[in-house]
Design a protein around this ligand. Sequence first.
Ligand code: 8DG
Ligand code: MN
Ligand code: MN
Length: 375
Amino acid sequence: PKQNVNVNTIQMKSYACQRRTPLKHHNSHLTEALEVLSENAAYGENEGRSVAFRRAASVLKALPYRVQTMDELKCLPCLGDHSQRVIKEILEDGTSREVESMRQSEQFQAMKALTGIFGVGVRTADRWFREGLRSPSDLIRTGQQLNREQQAGVLYYDELNKPVTKHEADLIGDIVKEAVSAVLPGAEIQLMGGFRRGKELGHDVDFLITHPEEGKEEELMPKIISWLEERDLLLYQKTTRNSYLEKKDAPGRPPNNMDRFERCFSIFKLQGHAETTGSDGVRPSNQSEASYWRAVRVDLVVSPYSQFAFATLGWTGSKLFERDLRRWAGQEKHMSLSSHALYDSVQRCYVRAQSEEEIFEYLGLEFIPPCERNA
Ligand code: 8DG
Ligand code: MN
Ligand code: MN
């Protein structure tokens, strides 16, 4: 049932930032398989291949119907031979043998488990895999050298791999709000990342903080962190200072995904609430009523007010949406977009913007609201 959608008139644009991609879509049986291929390519440090599969999946997420036949894919961009082969297999047999055996493979599972540790990237995980290690407990058993981040990652492994709910994100939002208004009255705080896009679950909670009086936000993070630490609300934190300089960072520099805002990667100690009880409603036995808490990954970012619109756009995601925004800016508009600024290489000037809408407009893109950026 195509619900009045004519598959031949679908105009699928090729940049993710030109498309509306809702959170819930009609093709997860296909996109999940393609995302396994993408993940596996990333484990092999093949970034190009990994992005290609992610793009293919993303196009299917934007389709307003469930794909039934290969014919319906004829006019769609970003679907390479390999992706099409896998889609065909799933349409015909219900599953793809290639994807299923990949999913089951020891290497895939070990890489997933090891890169699932906070602070562990593909390189490190791969080295450990080749040394015969398969899981966080193998790291402990063999006494691997771990940095402070990875130690926290191993220590809170199970909890950090348990999805964060919107309710938990809101509880943390209340705490961050209280901290921020205590140390800098008038500061503004906004929920970013997947939760801003309407997700119900996330792997972390992302916040962007600013103050309408430019300059007031400087060195704000250490104050927030002290406030939180005094109340025993942090299990781990690593703060990085703002290192952005317009002159030095752009133009011409290769666009870098990492921005230079003052920021903090942290693990919150979220005190007791109903959702931490097991499905049976019983509290885990190792936690008494008084010390009842869970670990949650939280990213805090501080932006100067003049860069807030760019920071908002840059921290809302999805990652593929962000990647294509930058690619669109560079390839189609000769501009360079970052989470700090937009530089127009033709006019040779920085573009000021107060809102996301203005940035889309300057880029010549139709405005896509956060809930449709789930590319
Ligand atoms: P999730 O947590 O629910 O899994 O999804 P998410 O919220 O979309 O993913 P995320 O990993 O928390 O990333 C949120 C956004 O933040 C995403 O658009 C990418 C962006 N982001 C980082 N690190 C950096 C960075 O260093 N610079 C910039 N500009 N953006 C970043 O995660
Ligand atoms: Mn997030
Ligand atoms: Mn994050």
